[in-house]
Ligand binder design. Sequence first.
Ligand code: PRP
Length: 183
Amino acid sequence: MKESLLCTLRDRSTCTADFRRTSDELARQLCAETLERLRDDSTDALMLVPVLRAGLALLPAFASAVPDAPVAFIGITRDEETAQPDLYYTRFPEAMPSRALIIDPMLATAGTACLVAEMLMREGYAADAIYFVGVLASQEGMERLAGVIPHSNISAVAVDPELDARKFIVPGIGDYGDRYFGT
Ligand code: PRP
């Protein structure tokens, strides 16, 4: 089921309305599975950490499933030339539960996710208390992020084999934020 939703997202001809509807449905399924796995690990409370902008596409599913979870907002955009993460906004809640779930549909080079994980560790989080959930990852990104947080804490609907010269995932989805928000 998730795979067929992912096919719709991958399709370049999918319009904004269909992309959004499909992403919302995928987010609900991904959320249910992710929270079940996190509950198997521990019952400790969770902070949600959507990465702006594209993480906002997945946030409503998680926020409604864990209605009391505080949300930390991290704004990062990748430099189009260098593909390096550029931090432009940070807002942590006053009370930070002991586990944090980074939410971002795309894990390409993992520069963004690694930066967020390192910021969380500076706030006192242990590496094994940090989780990542996304839609599509590259093999390279999975391996790089697994150097910072446990591999078993990382989940994605699919892992694509490569990054292209611009550091986009291949075959990929394109720019998730642009497609979801109709930019
Ligand atoms: C995309 C995506 C991730 C990041 C992944 O964001 O949503 O945050 O790139 O790339 P990385 O793993 O190589 O760091 P983008 O920079 O396009 O910003 P946006 O969400 O505002 O569109």
